[in-house]
Design a protein around this ligand. Sequence first.
Ligand code: PH4
Ligand code: ZN
Length: 307
Amino acid sequence: MLLQGNEILQKAHKEFYGVGAFNFVNYEMLRAIFEAAHEASSPIFIQASEGAIKYMGIDMVVDMAKTMARSYPHIPVALHLDHGTSFDSCKNAIEAGFTSVMIDASHHEFEENLEITKRVVEFAHQRGVSVEAELGRLMGIEDNISVDEKDAVLVNPKEAEIFVKESGVDYLAPAIGTSHGAFKFKGEPKLDFERLQEVKRLTNIPLVLHGASAIPEYVRESFLSTGGDLKGSKGVPFDFLQESVKGGINKVNTDTDLRIAFMAEVRKVANNDPTQFDLRKFFTPGIEAMKKVIVERMHILGSAGRI
Ligand code: PH4
Ligand code: ZN
C-alpha cells in the first residue's frame, strides 16, 4: 500500500535522518529502487516528474507503483509528483492515486507562490495527500558570489517561516545552492548550511534537498570507461549530504546518479558485444548498477535499517 508522504517524513524529521526520493521513468528504475529498499531495509519515496508522466502515462506510473508496493508490503513507500508546475497538474496526480505532490511555483513572486501552494494544500489535504513546496531558485553558488546575489537566489529563512505557517505545506524544499543534473558546481562544491539550519529552526518541518546526486567516482569512471563524456561534472559530495541531513534535510532527491549508473552498463554491453540486441542483457546489469548506488545512498542518509 502506498503511504501518505508525511507518514514517512515525520518519522525522519523526528529522528533526524534522510529518505532517498528516487525518480523513475521505467520499470527498471522502479525495480532497482524497491530491490535496494528491501536490501537496506529502508523507507523510500518514488517520484515521477511531469516529463516522466508524459513518457509513461499517468495510469501506468500509478499502477506500476502500486504493483511494486504490493510485492514489497514491508517497505514504507510514498508515490510523489516531482516538480508539479500547476494546480491542475497536482490535482491530476492526486486523482490518479499519488500520495504526495510537489507544487513548484518557486519561479513566481512570494505571494503568488503562496497562493498557488495554499490551493494545492487545501485540495490535497482533503484527500489525505501530502504537499511539498519550494522557495528560492535551484542553482549552484560560486565562491565569489556577493551577499546580495546570494540572498536573491537562495531561500530567505524568514520568508520560509511565514510561508510554512500560512500555506500549511507538509515539507519544504529550500534552495541552498544545489542544482539539477551532472554539472552542479563550477569550482569547489559549496552549500549554505547555516541558511539551512535557520530554515529548519524557524519552520520545524521536514525539509527537501533537490539536485542531490553525488556522481560518485566509481559511477563517473564506469561511464567514462565506456567512452562516455562527463567533462566538468560535479555532484554533491557524500559528506555534504550528511551535513545536510544534520541540518534538517529529510527527503533527498536523486535522479542523475541512477541515469549515469544505468547508461554506463548499457554502453558497456553495447561496446563489448556489437551483435547483442536482447534488451534484458542491457538492462539487467543496469538495474544492478542503480541498486548499488541506491543502497549506498541509504546508508549515507541514515535511512538504512529503519524498517
Ligand atoms: N529532481 C529530478 C528532476 C527530473 O524532467 P525530469 O524528469 O528530467 O526531472 O527533482 C531532482 O532534484 C534530482 O536531482 P539530481 O539531478 O541531482 O539527481
Ligand atoms: Zn528537483
